[in-house]
Ligand binder design. Structure first.
Ligand code: FAD
Length: 405
C-alpha cells in the first residue's frame, strides 16, 4: 500500500518530499501529466520572457531527487479515473496503481478566452512551459501587444513585453488592476507606475473580439467600448479554474475546487487535496477559499504529508505572495478584504512603501512595494498575531521590520 499523488506541480512534489522527510516508509508515486521534470511556474511570466530569458525550465527538484528519495515519478501520463472503493487510480494508458492514501494536487487550468477570434494564431494563454515557449517565440517578433486582464500574470507579461520595447495595451473590465487580491491604494500606485513606463492601461474595458490581420494572424483587438487596438500578439490572463473534474467524477465534494477539511482531507478521509485545486476553510478569513500561490501549494503539501503521517491538525499557515512586474516588486502577507482600513507606511513617491490593512482594528494583511524587509517583518507579526495600532503606522520612523525584531 502506498501514497499516490495526482499532479507533479509545486504542491504534489512537496507532499512527496515531506512524506519522505517525515519518515513515510511505503511507496510514493507522483502521476504527472506534463512531460519531463516538474518545473517552477513563476519564472514563466517573468525572467523567462526577457529577450535573454532562457527557454530552459527551472526544475522543482533535481532528477536525482526522485531516485535518492525512492519516489516514483510517472511523467507524461494522466490519471484518468479513481475508484475509491477499490482504492485504485487508472492511468491514461490503462495501467492501475493502488493507494492507501490519494492526494489530488491537480492545480488549475487557465480560463480560456471565448470571444470571437480567440483561436487566431498569435493569441496566447500562459500556464505551462509549452505555453511559455510559444509566447517567448512569438514575442521575439511582436511590436504591438494586447494583454487581456490586469491581474498579476497579465501585468507581469505586460511589463516584460514593454521592457522588450513593444507597444503594450492592457484591457481590464474592472476599474483597477489586481482587484481580486490587492487594495485599491496599492492597485492605483501600480497603475500609475505602469503608465509611467509606457504601458497603456484601459480599465472598465473588456475584450469583445479579436480580428485577423492581413497575414491571418491576430491583427486587432476590439474592446467592449468598440475601441480597436492594433495587436500582433495577444496574451490573456483572465484567471484560472481548478482542476477538480476527476475528483468530482470520483464522487468527492467539489465546488470551486475540491472541498477539504481543516486537515486537508476530502469528504473521503483517505483522499486529500492540496494547492490550487483545493477549497479549504481558511483560519485567516473564516471562509472557505482557494489560494493560487507557491506558498499555499508548498505549505499545504507539507501539511497534507503530516496528516497522512498521523497528525490531524488544522492548516493555519499565513498566506503570502509575490509578483515581480518589471522592476516593481510586490509582496503581500495575509489576505486583504474589501472594507479594510488602509494605512500607508513609507512614502509611495519614493517607490518603497507598505499598505497595512486593518480589520476590526487589527492588522490583517500588508502589501509591500519594493520593501522586502518590511514584508518579512509583516509575515512575522501576522504569524505571531501581533498588531500595531493603526495610528502608530504614520508616526515617522515606523517600521514593521523593527517592530518584528
Ligand atoms: P500546478 O503547479 O498547476 O500543478 C498541478 C499539476 O497537475 C499540473 O502539472 C497539471 O498538469 C497536473 N495534472 C492535472 N490533472 C492531472 C491528472 N489528471 N493527471 C496527472 N496530472 C494532472 N505564485 C506565486 O506565489 N508567485 C508568483 O510570482 C507566481 N507566478 C506565477 C506565474 C505563472 C505564469 C503561473 C502560471 C503561476 C504563477 N504563480 C505564482 C502561481 C503558482 O505557480 C501556483 O499557485 C502553483 O504552481 C500551484 O501549484 P499546484 O501544485 O497546486 O498546481
Amino acid at each position: 500500500m502506498s501514497v499516490v499523488i495526482i499532479g507533479g506541480g509545486q504542491a504534489g512534489l512537496q507532499v512527496a518530499d515531506s512524506l519522505r522527510s517525515g519518515g513515510y516508509p511505503e511507496a510514493v508515486t507522483v502521476i504527472a501529466n506534463e512531460p519531463g521534470l516538474p518545473y517552477q511556474r513563476p519564472p514563466l511570466s517573468k525572467d523567462y520572457l526577457s529577450p535573454e530569458g532562457s527557454p530552459a525550465p527551472l526544475p522543482l527538484r533535481a532528477a536525482s531527487f526522485f531516485a535518492d528519495k525512492e519516489i516514483t515519478l510517472r511523467s507524461g501520463v494522466r490519471a484518468a479515473a479513481v475508484d475509491r472503493a477499490a482504492r485504485t487510480v487508472t492511468l491514461g494508458n490503462g495501467e492501475q496503481v493502488d493507494y492507501r492514501h490519494l492526494v489530488f494536487a491537480t492545480g488549475a487550468a487557465n480560463r480560456a478566452l471565448t470571444c470571437p477570434g480567440a483561436d487566431l494564431p498569435g493569441v496566447h494563454l500562459l500556464r505551462t512551459l509549452s505555453d511559455a515557449a510559444a509566447l517567448h517565440a512569438d514575442l521575439a517578433a511582436a511590436r504591438r501587444v494586447v494583454v487581456v486582464g490586469a491581474g498579476f500574470i497579465g501585468l507581469e507579461v505586460a511589463a516584460a513585453a514593454r521592457a522588450r520595447g513593444c507597444e503594450v495595451t492592457v484591457l481590464e473590465f474592472a476599474p483597477g488592476p489586481m482587484g481580486r487580491a490587492l487594495s485599491p491604494v496599492t492597485g492605483a500606485w501600480f497603475a500609475a507606475a505602469h503608465t509611467r513606463a509606457g504601458i497603456r492601461l484601459q480599465f472598465s474595458e473588456g475584450i469583445a473580439s479579436l480580428e485577423p490581420g492581413m497575414d491571418g494572424r491576430v491583427g486587432w483587438a476590439v474592446s467592449t467600448t468598440g475601441a480597436r487596438y492594433r495587436a500582433d500578439l495577444v496574451v490573456a490572463g483572465i484567471g484560472v479554474v481548478p482542476n477538480d473534474a476527476l475528483a468530482a467524477a470520483a464522487g468527492l465534494e467539489t465546488g470551486n475546487g475540491i472541498g477539504v477539511d481543516a486537515a486537508l482531507r476530502t469528504s473521503d478521509p483517505s483522499v486529500l487535496a492540496v494547492g490550487d485545486c483545493a477549497s479549504f476553510p481558511s483560519a485567516h478569513t473564516g471562509a472557505r477559499i482557494r489560494v493560487e500561490s507557491v506558498q499555499n501549494a508548498t505549505d499545504q503539501g507539507r501539511h497534507a504529508a503530516r496528516t497522512i503521517l498521523g497528525a490531524a491538525e488544522p492548516y493555519t499557515d499565513l498566506p503570502w505572495f509575490w509578483s515581480n512586474q518589471g522592476s516593481l516588486r510586490l509582496q503581500i502577507a495575509g489576505l486583504s478584504a474589501p472594507g479594510d482600513q488602509l494605512v500607508t507606511s513609507g512614502d509611495p513617491e519614493s517607490g518603497k512603501f507598505s499598505v497595512l490593512c486593518f480589520r476590526d482594528g487589527r492588522l490583517a494583511a500588508v502589501e509591500s512595494v519594493n520593501s522586502p524587509g518590511e514584508h518579512l517583518g509583516a509575515r512575522k507579526l501576522l504569524a505571531a498575531g501581533i498588531s500595531p495600532a493603526p495610528e502608530e503606522v504614520t508616526v515617522p520612523g515606523f517600521s514593521l521590520k523593527t517592530l518584528a525584531r
